[in-house]
Design a protein around this ligand. Sequence first.
Ligand SMILES: Nc1ncnc2c1ncn2[C@@H]1O[C@H](COP(=O)(O)OP(=O)(O)OP(=O)(O)O)[C@@H](O)[C@H]1O
Ligand SMILES: [Mg+2]
Length: 298
Amino acid sequence: MSEKYAVEARDLIKVYKTGELEVQALRGLSVVVAKGEMVALIGPSGSGKSTLLNIIGGLDRATAGYVAVMGSDLSQLNPSQLVEFRRKTVGHVFQNMNLIPTLNAAENVELPMAALGVKKEVRHKRVEELIDVVGLRERIDHKPGELSGGEQQRIALAAALANDPPLVLADEPTGELDTENAMIVVNYLAKVNKELAKTIIMVTHDPRVARAASRILRIQDGVIATDVAPSEEAAPTQASYTDMLKARITNIDGQLTSLDAEFRKNLISSDQFVERQTSLKKTREVLLDELHRLGVIH
Ligand SMILES: Nc1ncnc2c1ncn2[C@@H]1O[C@H](COP(=O)(O)OP(=O)(O)OP(=O)(O)O)[C@@H](O)[C@H]1O
Ligand SMILES: [Mg+2]
């Protein structure tokens, strides 16, 4: 066991038994993640990515092997220590169902702190700080249904950080987003990694999202098949990111113009027109907000 690693896994085996059927999800997987790294886990469907993340996060136990997170050997924790570990050491972001629909953004971020008995004044101050970290101050009173998918995931990230865990685990946090919003969310993960010094492990299918990490681990058949650093030139720079945002806005403007034309020629119903226009405008708004946040436009 070593304190210098955020995660140290040795020869992990995970066997799922369903009736007569046995599935070996992890087959002797070993990996170490240093504190402060941002690691992307990629690999085919069913290769064991979520299984590994759930074991690291204390949501599931390995069948055999050793796993230590921030210096604690997870196999040595009793059930109440495991609950404490899950609340204080890890923040989880999932693909969806991160937020409670009846609570607004602030209340969703506050909830994990209330669960730990943090004082009200402290909670409120921290909620504001965290919502600022993800750039959504003006959406603080919005319920999840009143936020775009990308904004919901940014609030989910703020909520995952509520109890200041040193490790953030994200299982396909951008899985349901279009590329633009996926890049916005992953850039906030990168910001949290750099500015708040959190270790981040994220599962993704999207190579562009993976390139935002400092290391890419490819899992195949329950073991790490490759472990590479994304090449320097492949990493998205601030300039290419803002260019991408601007190009996307120009593209959306073009789509809005053609949509108008289609509607005027009676090629689409008014319902279709309104639905597509609303969705395009919402994406445009997110992109513009992001350019504001980056200080590119005022
Ligand atoms: N609770 C479970 N019970 C039985 N088998 C399971 C369970 N969870 C996962 N498995 C099996 O373990 C293997 C690894 O699953 P896992 O969810 O880790 O894959 P994954 O890499 O996350 O895939 P995906 O990219 O589709 O999310 C798969 O064959 C899956 O069917
Ligand atoms: Mg999975």
